[in-house]
Design a protein around this ligand. Structure first.
Ligand code: FAD
Length: 465
């Protein structure tokens, strides 16, 4: 429900997924919202320099899709009209997970598959249509402006990228920084006399290689997408085949710890063939390629702990990848950003126009939202002994249990559904420890030697945690 617009101006730094969603939320609470983006933004779905990852396959989790639909009612239908594919996330994907194929059955858990630029363009169009939002593109935010005592951020300095105008200052009661993983927020805060946030890094050495192909009916019999996850620690390769608008596939092959798919025909196909399941290779070996390969390196999960800072300035909040950038193989970035933006919306609603203390309250709430996807990504990554970083207590025990859950999800519908709901940020991880799931896992472990065997390949539970 929109609040009365008690505050004057708000500014959003960055016009990608997190920034656009933040602008939508701020539009309910401010007279005017200015979204500032370094790139020139077109009206259609285009790749752009500020979002190089847009060339890679982007899965949208059902939890993120629901949050986006909540912010922009009718968005899903618009995107489908533009060529996005709807799918039942359990029935319509062949999903080879550690050990074997996950069960497939009609679940009613609907998702969509589309290119990252189409999703961004769809959201951008909705934001541009908001009467009190102005988009200032081709402009770079160069720094923060603060009150004399530096207790409050009062705006930003901006420079046009064409260099035609001098740097100027724009005032705002709230600045939301959605500048992405490379956000300069830590140095800007330092320049104002604040501590930099502690950074948690989990080095995964992930590399992506993607290519587009023409999609023909019958390419993937009985399914609309294919995912092949590795069984750690011995397998390090993952593959995803997603339908995109314009009758295209995107095949994305990635690997942990430097095991990256080559960007040439022979190497790419050989990598696809080496995956634990043949579905992706069987499609791309005979499909018509459209364009060249695109690669992207992702060195580490990176979480900036703003919520642990004793002192933060009023009037400034950091969201999206700038707050937490996850190993993309779990497909959580956009959805986690959506859930954190919803937390910002809750904080703004509760503030009822009084913005004092809002950043601190937001960081604490966002941290609890981010904890779940962070634990899933970090936990999964630590199944590889070569991954370095700070392990949360109990990581190995949980990974051992997750191996058994994966095993049970190949035979038990309830376990499978719960696993998918948790992975899609629709249910908390604690759902995997509910009695019915525990029972299914126990039954499966007793009945299926494969599941037990899989669990044994995962690191042994450690009492050292
Ligand atoms: C290889 C790869 C694959 C991924 N796959 C998935 C996936 O399958 N599913 C998923 O949900 N997520 C995925 N992600 C994550 C996803 O791309 C991000 O979470 C998502 O883009 C949200 O990020 P953001 O809006 O916070 O920042 P970004 O998308 O990085 O955008 C930051 C924006 O800010 C602008 N900007 C930066 N600084 C300034 C400045 N000073 N002034 C003006 N503008 C500025 C940039 O130009 C850019 O437009 C993937 C990421 C990578 C790297």
């Amino acid at each position: 429900m929109a609040e009365s617009k008690r505050n004057g101006n708000a500014i959003v730094i960055g016009g990608s997924i997190a920034g656009l969603m933040a602008a939508r939320v701020l539009a309910d609470h401010f007279v005017r919202v200015t979204l500032i983006e370094r790139d020139i933004l077109t009206h259609g779905p285009e790749q752009r320099k500020g979002v190089p990852q847009g060339q890679q396959g982007h899965g949208l989790l059902a939890g993120g899709q629901r949050a986006m639909e909540g912010l922009f009612p009718g968005l899903t239908a618009d995107l489908v009209a533009e060529g996005a594919t709807t799918l039942d996330v359990i029935a319509d994907a062949t999903w080879h997970q550690p050990g074997s194929y996950r069960l497939r059955f009609a679940s009613g858990l609907e998702g969509i598959s589309l290119s990252r630029p189409l999703l961004e363009a769809g959201i951008r169009r909705r934001v541009r249509a908001l009467a009190n939002v102005a988009v200032l593109d081709g402009c770079e935010v160069t720094g923060l402006v603060a009150s004399g005592d530096r207790a409050r951020v009062t705006g930003v300095t901006v420079r046009r990228r064409d260099g035609e105008a001098a740097e100027e200052a724009l005032a705002a009661a709230l600045v939301v920084d959605a500048g992405g993983r490379g956000s300069r927020a830590p140095s800007w805060l330092e320049a104002l006399g604040y501590a930099r946030p502690e950074e948690e890094k989990i080095a995964v050495g992930v590399g992506y290689t993607s290519r587009l192909y023409r999609r023909r009916p019958g390419d993937l019999p009985g399914a609309r997408a294919a995912i092949c996850q590795p069984t750690p620690p011995h397998e390090t390769r993952i593959g995803v085949l997603l339908p995109l608008e314009g009758d295209r596939w995107i095949a994305t092959l990635a690997g942990w710890l430097g095991d990256h798919a080559p960007a040439d025909d022979a190497g790419f196909l050989a990598f696809a063939r080496s995956l634990a399941a043949p579905d992706i290779y069987d499609v791309i070996k005979q499909a018509e390629p459209l364009g060249d390969y695109a690669t992207h390196k992702f060195p580490a999960n990176l979480r900036r702990r703003y919520e642990r800072l004793g002192r933060v300035p009023e009037g400034y909040a950091v969201v999206g990848d700038a707050l937490c950038s996850f190993n993309p193989t779990y497909g959580q970035g956009m959805s986690s950003a959506a859930l954190a933006v919803m937390a910002l919306a809750d904080c703004l609603r509760e503030a009822r126009g009084d913005l004092r203390g809002l950043p601190g309250r937001f960081y604490k709430r966002a941290a609890t939202v981010i904890d779940t996807p962070w634990q899933m990504a970090a936990g999964g990554d630590f199944a590889y002994p070569g991954v370095t970083g700070k392990r949360a207590p109990g990581t190995d025990v949980i990974n051992g249990y997750m191996g058994r859950v994966f095993g049970a999800a190949t035979a038990d519908r309830h376990v499978c559904r719960t696993l998918v709901e948790v992975a899609n940020l629709l249910a908390p991880p604690s759902a995997l420890f509910a009695p019915r799931v525990l029972l299914g896992v126990l039954r499966s472990t007793l009945r299926r030697p494969q599941a037990t065997q899989l669990a044994r390949t995962l690191p042994a539970p450690s009492t050292a945690d």
